[in-house]
Design a protein around this ligand. Structure first.
Ligand SMILES: *Cc1c(COP(=O)(O)O)cnc(C)c1O
Length: 560
């Protein structure tokens, strides 16, 4: 294979020869193949050296991005070793999501098969715009859609779906479908020429702002329905709004039901929302009732408990865990009622970013997104799976679909039950510990997921009584704000300890919800947040959270 060089071989060909060693070889060749494996394994060793007792790799440093602004594009070529060494440096400061003391957010550790799927996609570079460019990666997408249909209860002969660019992308697709349906499929061609409403709860994900802005619906057409104290959409408010809108002849394109809110794991009552929609469609003789999209990017995984035998409890979960799982399933067992669904494998599915699946109950709905095949003739001459005709993206990576497929095959319902069940069991244990302190209040105690939001209060303040006033009493506003500040300090202290390997890394939300003063929205209520997803989280890690909050409080007393 290697061409021989003579003295008058042009320089570029000599350099090209060297550059070839920067790529995995196109044909099997033990030396090149060995070099590739060696490079990856040396890289992994270097990163492994960054591990310590702390839940982060190496040290975190506060970047001064100002210094990065004058960088010059390099003139010379570097070596593979130099660059992989550099890449290891860039892992410095990464939280280790699998660490028992990492309870940061809805970010999972990733399984070995899902990582391997990403490696496969990185090397062979499938583009699932079309099966001609992606071979069986496209099949993995189709199969995953089928497997997820089975899981959530969609009819696999009717349902459809595509992997897209994140949970935000799934909301994009859901809202676009609702928009096209209510406008009779005309927006694609003529643009959005009239107001169409997108309805969701106050605790729904902020990506709705992007979605409405970028779809041309406009943020002013977002309708925000207040939530109950359990962080789900208030049904009386929804009904009142819908009746008012329909009486006034407004077009309601989409209702987003949030099935697992980002901060609190609030669960909208999807079944009741669908019944209400159907009822109003009959009453108002709506030619096109609002499309219902379930933003289940977090909650979808609970579907694995639909056929768990809660009575016999073969996995041996604690009673409190069973109650929590059952309660969540009461809402998450209804996913098949939604017209479309968003599912993130990169959240509760234990796959790397990005692995997001948009599902539709009836794939004929996707037809209103399709452009004419003649418009993209160069892509669709042959092959038989052409999602590029209706996807928002042109290039779509095969990594997310194959990683999702890998985890479904690896874990099965049983594996997901164990992982999710464990996360919930640990979260319940944490709540039990926190509840034992009179100065700590769990503020999402009716949301039974892997996330626990709580607030600490200064000496002399009864936690529960204070919180009850904070959520609704305008006369208590000053105290609410002071307590937000107080908790921020608790967060900072515990964060510093965790970074030194002496505590649990938690996170912080500025507003898990707002206070509600009658019909008016009050100030934001902040909270400390523990999000458990790691299979390594254990009782010791959970104990430490409660203890470190108490210690932070003591430390703050001596600061005064
Ligand atoms: C995370 C999240 C999203 C957005 O998903 P991304 O993958 O981060 O774009 C949407 N909805 C909910 C409820 C989420 O928690």
């Amino acid at each position: 294979m290697t061409p021989r060089h003579t003295a008058n071989t042009p320089l570029y060909l000599q350099l090209l020869q060297r550059l070839k060693t920067c790529f995995p070889g196109p044909v099997s060749e033990p030396v090149l193949d060995g070099y590739f494996i060696h490079t990856v394994s040396r890289f992994l060793d270097r990163v492994d050296d960054l591990k310590s007792a702390a839940p982060i790799l190496g040290r975190s440093r506060r970047a001064d991005y100002q210094n990065e602004l004058g960088l010059k594009f390099p003139e010379e070529t570097a070596t593979v070793e130099q660059v992989t060494g550099l890449l290891a440096e860039y892992c410095q400061g990464m939280p280790i999501w699998a660490h028992p003391n990492s309870q940061v957010n809805v970010i999972p550790p990733t399984t070995i098969p899902s990582i391997t799927a990403f490696v496969a996609a990185a090397i062979y570079n499938p583009n699932i715009i079309w099966d001609e460019y992606s071979a069986r990666f496209a099949e993995a997408e189709i199969q995953t859609v089928s497997l997820v249909s089975d899981l959530v209860g969609y009819d696999p002969q009717l349902a459809g779906g595509v992997f897209t660019f994140s949970g935000t992308g799934t909301n994009f697709y859901g809202c676009k479908l609702g928009l096209e349906k209510v406008l009779g499929g005309k927006a694609m061609e003529e643009g959005v020429r009239e107001d169409v409403k997108i309805v969701s709860s106050a605790a729904s994900h902020y990506s709705r702002l992007n979605v409405s802005g970028w779809l041309g619906v406009g943020m002013k057409n977002l309708v925000t329905i207040p939530t109950t104290n359990n962080n789900d959409m208030s049904l009386p408010h929804l009904e009142e709004y819908l009746r008012r809108a329909l009486d006034a002849g407004e077009k309601v394109g989409v209702i987003i039901a949030t099935m697992g809110t980002t901060d609190a794991f609030g669960l909208d009552d999807l079944g009741a929302i669908v019944r209400l929609r159907d009822q109003l469609a009959r009453e108002y003789l709506l030619p096109q009732p609002p499309h219902i999209h379930a933003d289940a990017v977090i909650g979808w995984a609970w579907s694995v408990f639909k056929d768990y035998d809660f009575q016999a409890n073969p996995l041996g979960f604690k009673a409190r865990t069973l109650k929590a799982l059952r309660h969540s399933l009461g809402r998450l067992g209804d996913l098949a009622q939604a017209d479309s669904l968003g599912i993130d494998f990169h959240k509760t599915g234990y796959a790397p970013y990005l692995s997001s699946l948009f599902m539709v109950k009836d794939r004929r709905d996707l037809a209103c997104l399709s452009r004419e095949p003649e418009e993209m003739p160069y892509l669709y001459h042959f092959g038989s799976y052409h999602p590029g005709i209706f996807t928002l993206e042109c290039s779509r990576p095969g990594s997310g679909a194959l990683a999702a497929y890998a985890n479904i095959r690896l874990l099965g319902k049983q594996g997901y039950r164990v992982l999710i069940g464990h996360a919930v069991e640990m979260a319940e244990m944490l709540r039990e510990r926190l509840e034992a302190y009179p100065f700590i209040q769990v503020v999402n105690d009716r949301n039974f997921g892997p996330v626990t939001l709580f607030r600490a209060y200064p000496p002399g303040v009864d936690a529960e009584a204070a919180w009850r006033r904070e959520v609704k009493d305008p006369a208590y506003r000053k105290e609410l704000e002071a307590h937000n500040f107080y908790n921020r300090r608790v967060f900072q202290l515990t964060h510093d300890w965790a970074m030194r390997g002496e505590g649990v890394l938690l996170s912080w939300t500025d507003a898990y919800r707002h206070a509600r003063y009658g019909r008016e929205e009050g100030p934001p209520i902040a909270a400390l947040k523990s999000y458990i997803l790691s299979p390594w989280t254990d009782a010791a890690a959970v104990d430490m959270v409660a203890r470190q909050v108490a210690e932070a409080r003591n430390a703050m007393e001596s600061e005064r």
